[in-house]
Design a protein around this ligand. Structure first.
Ligand SMILES: Cc1cc2nc3c(=O)[nH]c(=O)nc-3n(C[C@H](O)[C@H](O)[C@H](O)COP(=O)(O)O)c2cc1C
Ligand SMILES: [Mn+2]
Length: 518
């Protein structure tokens, strides 16, 4: 196929994984690209941020290909702010438009393209304050009033208004200086105060504990209007000493532009829509939550959580706040992009360990945003190989958190195709032989299946071997495959037979032997 250019100047060829640096710089540029692809809906009617915005997002996003929603008229707002929801959601096309790959690639191809772009980190660059669009408006001291901006409450049982859901949150390690970017929820606590919920093991929490252990406050920068690449890397688990800013640079194919803050020593993203600088002091807590979460439940009771003192605000005029509705798939903001990136990270972990024969992996987004279930495919090369891959996948850093169901399948089963996976589970797995359990694994206070709530961070996992049993692999019943010659004849006659378009692709064929060929 001919090369074609998608807006933003990204040259791709259909079906190819080649890519050039992403040319869009800001959320606004990216939205123009998304709009050109018919994947952005402007909502100009007045909408109440109090539950109505959440309800519209939930209903509009019940389809995986639902557009991103830009709310332009928020009830009671005098700040000319706008809110973007379903930014990426369950759309793998918008993921592709964010990272500069062909939106027509299959999920498996997107995972492999994502692996290569995440392996080439590029450090951020500094731009002067006066050249940073985020500094169109800078507010400090008494000028700070977060209640002047529209802040949604999403679900009827939410414990407050959440200003940070589609956010990125920067902290620094006091030991190494590494800047972490995480996406952690933030509840409005006052004009200049914001609650911050980080679950155990998250890097933002480890950084803050490290500052407090030195008797010093922890500086924080949070951005609530952020481009999709920074948002996605903030939401993904990378190594504790890796800076997600470098990973984002690798994905863009150029450095992320950062500028200096007014109060804290952390940098701020130069092209963000809305940024706050804050300080977390040990012992300063306030009741926080609950929030209707990615699990589809109010996962955790209201509890005391650290509060940020807000020291400065930077924003573009008429800022766009990014908001992430947490809900059941596909209405959840943790959707296709998350599943693709997590799967790429799992494949990286397995390849770093050096285990051979791993072919593919997928964290299905309908399984609690890709956190609930991981499928890995392997070409079995020796006795015990599939069990080895299964155990390593279950506890590798990219897959360990939350995951309850870990499944290994043979290479002829596509992990991204849930129909294929269910077929393997139902025909190759002998439950009494092929299931193991892990106990006391890394999980979260948001898992609704455990009681009492204190037990929730201790998870468990089921390891399911849905590969052909290696002992019997030679005489395992043959699966029904088309004879290549017959297949080719049917493909040629496809339109003559009255079918439109091209027939589905078939990867494997009946083994031809002289005895059974026609
Ligand atoms: C929309 C969204 C909201 C999230 N909210 C939280 C949260 O409130 N607390 C939390 O600990 N993790 C939350 N996460 C998950 C973290 O962002 C994710 O685990 C990430 O890896 C954290 O960064 P870290 O690995 O650098 O700690 C959220 C993720 C997304 C996409
Ligand atoms: Mn991190």
């Amino acid at each position: 196929m001919d090369n074609h250019t998608i807006d933003g100047g990204i040259k791709t060829s259909a079906g190819s994984q080649a890519r050039l640096p992403v040319e869009w710089q800001s959320l606004r540029d990216w939205l123009a690209l998304v709009e050109h692809h018919g994947s952005l809906k402007h909502i100009s009617a007045s909408v109440d941020p109090n539950e109505e915005l959440g309800a519209i997002t939930f209903l509009a996003a019940r389809q995986a290909n639902a557009p991103a929603l830009l709310f332009e008229n928020l009830l009671g707002d005098k700040s000319s702010s706008r809110i973007l929801s379903n930014m990426l959601g369950a759309s793998k096309e918008r993921y592709a438009l964010a990272v500069g790959i062909d939106p027509n690639l299959s999920t498996a191809e997107m995972i492999s393209a994502t692996r290569s772009m995440m392996l080439q980190p590029i450090k951020p660059v500094h731009v002067a304050k006066e050249n940073a669009p985020v500094n169109e408006v800078v507010l400090t001291g008494d000028q700070i009033d977060l209640t002047a901006f529209p802040v949604p409450k999403f679900w009827p049982g939410d414990g407050g208004q959440f200003i940070g859901t589609g956010d990125i949150t920067l902290t620094k390690s006091p030991d190494s200086g590494r800047i972490n970017v995480g996406c952690y929820r933030q509840m409005l606590q006052g004009n200049a105060e914001i609650g911050l919920y980080c679950s155990p093991g998250k890097h933002g929490l480890l950084d803050r504990e490290a500052w407090w252990a030195r008797g010093e406050p922890c500086e924080v920068v949070a951005a609530y209007g952020i481009d999709p690449v920074l948002f996605m890397v903030g939401a993904q688990a990378f190594g504790a000493e890796q800076s997600e800013l470098d990973i984002a640079g690798g994905i863009f194919g150029r450095p992320v532009e950062m500028t200096s803050a007014e109060y804290v020593s952390l940098p701020i993203p130069a092209h963000a829509e809305f940024v706050i600088e804050g300080i977390l002091r040990q012992g300063r807590v306030a009741p926080e939550g609950p929030l209707g979460e990615f699990t589809g439940y109010y996962g955790r009771e209201r509890s005391p959580q650290p509060v940020m003192e807000v020291k400065a605000i930077h924003h573009r005029k008429s800022p766009i706040f990014t908001h992430a509705l947490m809900a059941r798939y596909p209405s959840c903001e943790i959707g296709a992009y998350y599943a693709i990136m997590r799967s790429a990270r799992i494949l990286d972990d397995l390849s770093r360990i050096g285990v051979p024969g791993v072919v593919g992996a997928y964290s299905h987004p309908a399984a609690a945003s890709g956190w609930g279930l991981v499928v890995v495919s392997v070409q079995q090369k020796y006795a015990g190989h599939s069990a080895q891959v299964l155990a390593l996948a279950a506890q590798c850093p990219a897959a360990a958190y939350y995951t309850k169901w870990v499944i290994v399948v043979d290479e002829d089963v596509d992990p991204t195709d849930i129909n294929d996976v269910l077929w393997a589970l139902s025909t190759r797995c002998h439950p009494v032989e092929d299931i193991d359990m892990l106990r006391n694994t890394w999980s979260t206070g948001l898992d609704p299946s455990q009681f009492e709530a204190e037990a929730r961070p201790y998870g468990s996992k089921v390891l399911i071997n849905a590969c052909k049993p290696h002992r019997h692999i030679k005489n395992f019943p043959q699966s029904t495959l088309l004879r290549r010659s017959t297949h080719d004849r049917v493909v040629k006659r496809w339109n003559e037979l009255g079918f439109e378009g091209t027939p589905p692709k078939v990867a494997a064929f009946h083994p031809e032997k002289s005895s059974d060929s026609n």
